[in-house]
Ligand binder design. Structure first.
Ligand code: MN
Length: 423
C-alpha cells in the first residue's frame, strides 16, 4: 500500500502509511494537539476529528488535548476505527476527502520540521522490568560471578521494580548528571557527589491503554488486549549509585532521575505482522504466565553515542526486541496477578535488551564490561561510561517488504551535575 504523500513511500522512511503512530505536538498555530505522522508530515488529528473524518466514539473531542490518554482509554474499537479512517484518507487510491480538499490539507498536514514533539501521554505510573536474559546474565556475572548470574526466581517471574513517572521525559530533553551516595569497595565511608558511572539501558516501553480493576487478575491475552502500543525507552542508570544502594530492595535513586521515551507510540496494529514468539522456555512457566499466541515482535534496535562538538555518531549496539525472555503482555499479566490495578497511561519498561554478542549489548556497563574494556568511537575518543556533553540515541524499526515501521529516535544529551545550593 502507498500514500499520495510521496515522502511516506521512501523505503527508509519511518512513517509510511502502514505505520500511523500517535503523538502530541506543539503546532505552528500554538496549539498542542494529538497528531499522527506520515512521511515528512504530522497529521493534526484534532482538525480531522472536528471535520468528522475520524471519530473515537466519544461525545467530547479526544484529540484537541495535550495527551493521548483519553483516546487510549476509548478502547480497541476506537483505535481500530481511527486507524482505518486515517488509512482511507492517506492511501493512494484516486482522490480522498483529504487529498481533494486543499484548504483542509493545509490545516491537517504540517511539516515535521515545523512542530515540537511533546510527551505523547501522561504517564500514570512507570514500572521497569528486567526481562533480558543476556543482560541479567551479564550483570549477574559481573556482580556475583557466573555460577550465580541469574537469580533463582528469574526463569519463573518477570522481575521488576516500581519506578518514577515524575521523571519520564520525551526524547530531546537534556539530562542533568545525577548526584548520589556511593562507596568504592576499598573506601571506609561513602561519599556524595556526581555519578561517575553514568549509563544507558536500551529498552522498549509498553503503554497501557485499557485499565484493569483492583483485585482482578488478568490473563496474558487480556493483558495483550490492554496494551495500546510501544515506544523506545532509555532507562538512564547511575551504576555507582546503584551498586551501593540496590540491596535488598533494588534500584532507587540510581534510576529515579530520568527515563527518556520516543515521542511516537507505535500501535499494536502497526506491529501485528511482526509478531513473533518469545525465546524457548528453559523452565515451564506457571499457567497464568503462559502465552496463548506469539506475543513478542521482530524489531531492530540500535544505540549510538556522539560526543560534544563531534559531528559523527558511533553506533555502539545493534540488537532485536525478540531477545526478550518475557513479553510485555506477560509482564502486564504478572503485574496485575496480585490484584494490582493497572491504569491507562501506565508505562512498562521491558528491561535492557542485550543480544548474545558484545555488538548487541544494551548498556555501556556490558559493552565496557564494568569499565574494564573501553570502546573506541569514530574520531578516536574512548568511553567506558557517559561523559558530559555526550548525546545518546536509540532507534528502532520493524522491517517490512519495501517499508519500515519506524519508531523514530529517543535521544538525550548529558549536562553537568548541579550542586546542592549552599555547598
Ligand atoms: Mn531498566
Amino acid at each position: 500500500m502507498k500514500s499520495w504523500i510521496e515522502s511516506a513511500n521512501n523505503p527508509q522512511c519511518h512513517f509510511p502509511i502502514q505505520n500511523l503512530p500517535f503523538g502530541v505536538a506543539i503546532l505552528p498555530n500554538g496549539k498542542q494537539n494529538c497528531v499522527s505522522a506520515i512521511g515528512d508530515y504530522v497529521v493534526d488529528l484534532a482538525v480531522l476529528e472536528a471535520a468528522g473524518l475520524i471519530t473515537s466514539h466519544n461525545s467530547q473531542s479526544v484529540f484537541n488535548q495535550s495527551a493521548l490518554n483519553d483516546f487510549m482509554q476509548s478502547g480497541a474499537k476506537a483505535w481500530d476505527d481511527v486507524r482505518a479512517s486515517l488509512t482511507t484518507l492517506l492511501r493512494k487510491a484516486g482522490s480522498t476527502s483529504l487529498s481533494a480538499n486543499d484548504t483542509l490539507k493545509q490545516q491537517v498536514l504540517i511539516p515535521l520540521d515545523d512542530v515540537t514533539l511533546m510527551m505523547p501521554f501522561k504517564v500514570s505510573e512507570y514500572t521497569d522490568f528486567y526481562s533480558g536474559k543476556q543482560h541479567a546474565t551479564n550483570v549477574g556475572t559481573m556482580f556475583r560471578g557466573p555460577e550465580n548470574a541469574l537469580p533463582p526466581n528469574w526463569l519463573h517471574i518477570p522481575i521488576g521494580y516500581n519506578g518514577r513517572a515524575s521523571t519520564v521525559v520525551v526524547s530531546g530533553t537534556p539530562i542533568i548528571r545525577p548526584s548520589g551516595q556511593t562507596k568504592s569497595p576499598d573506601a571506609d565511608q561513602p561519599t556524595f557527589g556526581p555519578c561517575k558511572r553514568l549509563d544507558i539501558e536500551l529498552e522498549m516501553g509498553a503503554v497501557v491503554g485499557i485499565p484493569s480493576k483492583m483485585g482482578h487478575p488478568i490473563s496474558v491475552q487480556q493483558a495483550d488486549d490492554m496494551i495500546f502500543g510501544y515506544v523506545l525507552l532509555n532507562d538512564w542508570s547511575a551504576r555507582d549509585i546503584q551498586a551501593w544502594e540496590y540491596q535488598p530492595l533494588g534500584p532507587f535513586q540510581a534510576k529515579a532521575f530520568a527515563t527518556s521515551i520516543s515521542p511516537w507510540i507505535i500501535t499494536k496494529a502497526a506491529l501485528e505482522q511482526f509478531r513473533t514468539t518469545t525465546p524457548q522456555r528453559e523452565k515451564p512457566l506457571l499457567k497464568y504466565l503462559q502465552e496463548p499466541k506469539p506475543m513478542s515482535y521482530d524489531i531492530e534496535l540500535t544505540v549510538s553515542i556522539q560526543p560534544d562538538k563531534s559531528n559523527t555518531p558511533t553506533t555502539i549496539s545493534h540488537t532485536n526486541y525478540n531477545n526478550l525472555y518475557y513479553s510485555a503482555a506477560q509482564q502486564l499479566a504478572h503485574h496485575a496477578s496480585s490484584g494490582c490495578k493497572m491504569n491507562t497511561g501506565d508505562l512498562l519498561g521491558s528491561g535492557t535488551i542485550s543480544g548474545t554478542e558484545k555488538s548487541g549489548f544494551g548498556s555501556l556497563l556490558e559493552i565496557s564490561w564494568g569499565g574494564q574494556e573501553p570502546l573506541t568511537l569514530d574520531g578516536g575518543q574512548t568511553r567506558t561510561f557517559i561523559e558530559d556533553g555526550d548525546t545518546l540515541t536509540l532507534s528502532g524499526w520493524a522491517q517490512g517488504d519495501g517499508y519500515k515501521i519506524g519508531f523514530g529516535e529517543c535521544t538525550g544529551t548529558i549536562l553537568p551535575a548541579i550542586k546542592i545550593s549552599g555547598e
